[in-house]
Design a protein around this ligand. Structure first.
Ligand code: DAH
Length: 343
């Protein structure tokens, strides 16, 4: 029995030493240490041997068991270690190399411009009010004093998307939001901006896109005068273009405002001297505005005998183009990283 145990230990240990594979190791464990393995078989025989030899045999059997288990554990560790060093050798890693730079995402220049405009108008007490991009002809035109076949419609080439009894279209400007804001807020005073996407059925050129954002503004209250409009526009220009920005108002015409005007700021590139950006006029056109037409107030539910207001509409892309000297509006939606990564 003792000889058998010693033999078993020697056999097992010498079988273990060439093993470097987990599968073979498992087979080895089952063969020698398993519940039906060689050592268990020896231990089963302990009961059958004479009593005076049993203690010595039992002791040796335990020693063999410990020796095999220790050798087994050591092998498990050694195999792991070898696998690790092999993989380290196969995939060398130089921890002293400088890290790869992480590519940062960034905001689109139109987004940053819109946010700056929200901030400025927010500081001046204007709340954001969003209205739909799909509008009716009535909202987009008729309630803004532009009846069917009115020549002013030529200013807004329109995508009609359903020619049912009530014509449905993609809004050509954010101005229909004026009617919706008034109807939603009546009979309270109003001070809102209406940002959002607009669409025009036009040739795409360096200066015009078929899809573009606008920001409309609307203030309605008692005793709002043209002087309030001039003051608000001047203050806006200073906040947007700098404390010393010079502004100029030019008479214009929009069917939904009376009187109407355009706001120009002095070209911040040439300071009025004349350059390519301002087309040698010294001035940049920024927005259209005016006093809300009495018909429009009435269409919104406000009695023009008691209420008055002003409105304005601007193109954030145009402002971004001026600020960053972007020569072609098509860059904005072009998804060209060489353009986008400059901001
Ligand atoms: N809706 C006009 C456009 O798209 C811009 C505009 C002009 C809006 C004058 C206004 C305004 O609110 O008063 O060209």
């Amino acid at each position: 029995m003792l000889d058998n145990l010693n033999q078993l230990r020697d056999d097992a240990l010498s079988a273990l030493s060439p093993i470097w594979d987990e599968q073979q190791l498992e087979e080895w464990r089952i063969k020698y240490l398993g519940r039906k393995g060689a050592l268990a078989a020896q231990m089963e025989q302990l009961g059958a041997i004479p009593k005076e030899q049993r203690a010595a045999a039992g002791k040796l059997a335990n020693e063999v068991k410990n020796a095999l288990e220790t050798a087994y554990e050591a092998k498990v560790g050694a195999i792991k270690q070898r696998a690790l060093s092999e993989s380290l050798e196969a995939e060398p890693l130089d921890v002293t190399l400088p890290g790869r730079p992480v590519a940062h995402g960034r905001l689109h220049p139109v987004t940053t411009t819109m946010r700056e405009l929200y901030r400025i108008w927010g500081d001046m007490g204007f709340q954001v009010f969003r209205t739909r991009e799909i509008e009716t002809d009535e909202m987009n035109f008729q309630l803004l004093n532009i009846p069917p076949f009115h020549p002013a419609r030529d200013n807004w080439s329109t995508f009609y998307i359903a020619d049912t009894e009530e014509r449905v279209l993609l809004r050509t400007h954010t101005s229909p939001g004026q009617i919706r804001a008034m109807r939603a807020m009546h009979p309270n005073p109003i001070r809102v901006i209406l940002p959002g996407m607009c669409y025009r059925y036009e040739q795409i050129t360096a200066r015009s896109e078929i899809q573009f954002p606008q920001i409309e503004g609307l203030a309605v209250g008692h005793n709002i005068t043209f002087a309030d409009l001039l003051g608000t526009m001047t203050e806006f220009a200073r906040r947007m273009f700098g404390e010393n920005a010079k502004v100029r108002f030019r008479a214009d015409h929009f069917p939904f405002t009376e009187p109407s005007m355009e706001l120009d700021v002095e070209c911040f590139l040439c300071k009025g001297a004349g350059c390519g950006v301002c087309k040698y006029t010294g001035w940049l056109e920024i927005l259209g505005s005016g006093m809300v037409h009495p018909d429009v107030l009435r269409n919104g539910g406000y009695d023009p005998a008691e209420w008055s207001g002003f409105a304005f509409g601007m193109g954030p892309q145009r402002i971004a183009m001026l600020k960053h000297d972007i020569k072609d509006i098509r860059y904005f939606w072009g998804n060209d990283l060489r353009f986008l990564e400059q901001f």
